[in-house]
Write a protein that binds this ligand. Structure first.
Ligand code: ZN
Ligand code: ZN
Length: 363
């Protein structure tokens, strides 16, 4: 990605700071640091003020920071006390000044290290960079699309190798290997492989339980390309034809997912999008079984804005990328969730995953 893009993002953030009456912002959340600078390491802080941006890192990242950030941003490599150096650099600028910091990304211990000398007022802020991240640039959509494509390929390769008798962990190992081999940089969240009645746990921990014939098998997993995440769920039956109840529950979730996936538009509220799927499940009397939200934004983090849930009254902006993942869960019996990733182009939703959601029997 060219470096002007990061400068353009910092410009947008500066305008937001001005609107908030802030003279500067300390950015510590790593996904935000990466968004604003391109830095991919694990130790970095950005100070924005006036027309200047200063990036702080430690010695381990000297070469990487110089390579990734180039000359358009001042780089400070600090050997021991990163915060101490940040206060020195801040003091070079005008004061008094009001400086924001990211409330969700500064620990209480670090907050106690902020200077109290009357020159600076520090104001906790939330979501300033995250709001910019919701609207994806074409290169960001392309990276998520590539992650989604390889996730689907890895899934196909995995399902061909699934057999009754394997454990959930064995299936997760196959899937994670297939993801890595195809170029996924990382598992952006712990892979969920659940079978039988454990599929009723929406966030099951993959276990050493053996998968039996006729059981549900649910796989919920991510892939990452250039830092950008895809997030997919498929639920299949292992080894034998689905029984009547399995077929009925699956068809209900599938219809709900399809309706939301095709009907969602930028400009709707999160609540309206959520209702597209929820109304299908509620109409069949199973509203209680769909206890989580419809979906979430995808980007440098696997859970980011916008939120698609029952309480979100904010309109979804165009160019967001979101998951559509309704489910229905019946404790003691099992559950079904189907998740695809969708780019909300101004002209309508574009599917990034394969959307192949017919009920499948594997193994
Ligand atoms: Zn997922
Ligand atoms: Zn998800």
């Amino acid at each position: 990605m060219d470096r002007d893009r990061y400068a353009a993002r910092r410009e947008k953030l500066r305008a937001a700071l001005e609107a908030e009456g802030l003279d500067g912002l300390i950015v510590t959340r790593l996904a935000n640091v990466r968004y604003l600078t391109g830095f991919t390491g694990t130790s970095g802080v950005v100070l924005l003020r006036g027309n200047e941006s200063v990036f702080f890192t430690d010695f381990r990242y000297r070469t990487q920071a110089e390579g990734e950030l180039g000359r358009c941003i001042r780089v400070e490599v600090v050997s021991s006390d990163l915060w101490g150096r940040l206060w020195e650099v801040l003091a070079e600028g005008p004061s008094p000044a009001e400086v924001g910091f990211e409330a969700q990304a500064v620990s209480v211990a670090d907050r106690f290290r902020f200077p109290e000398n009357g020159k600076f007022r520090f104001r906790p802020v939330e979501g300033m960079v995250e709001r910019l991240r919701i609207c994806k640039e074409p290169e960001e959509v392309a990276a998520i699309g590539e992650a989604a494509r390889l996730a689907m390929e890895a899934l196909e390769a995995t399902l061909e190798r699934v057999k009754a008798g394997q454990t959930e962990l064995e299936v997760a190992a196959i899937l994670e290997g297939e993801l890595r081999r195809r170029g996924s940089e990382w598992h952006p969240f712990p892979t969920i492989v659940a079978s039988g009645s454990r599929t009723a746990l929406p966030h099951a921990r993959t276990s050493c339980k053996a998968i039996e014939r006729g059981e549900w098998l649910l796989l919920d997993f991510g892939a990452q390309v250039d830092g950008y995440c895809a997030d997919v769920t498929r639920t299949v039956v292992v080894g034998s034809r689905p029984d009547e109840r399995q077929a009925a529950v699956y068809e209900m979730v599938r219809e709900a997912q399809l309706r939301a996936r095709c009907g969602i538009r930028a400009g709707m509220t999160g609540r309206e999008a959520d209702a597209l799927a929820r109304s299908v499940i509620e109409a069949r009397g199973f509203g209680e079984a769909f206890g989580h939200s419809l979906g979430h934004g995808l980007g440098l983090e696997v859970h980011e804005g916008p939120r698609l849930n029952r309480t979100s009254t904010e309109p979804i902006p165009p160019h967001a990328v979101v998951t559509i993942e309704p489910g229905a869960y019946f404790p003691g019996w099992g559950g079904v969730r189907i998740e695809d990733d969708v780019y909300l182009a101004p002209e309508g939703p574009q599917l990034l995953t394969d959307g192949n959601t017919e009920l499948r029997v594997v193994g």
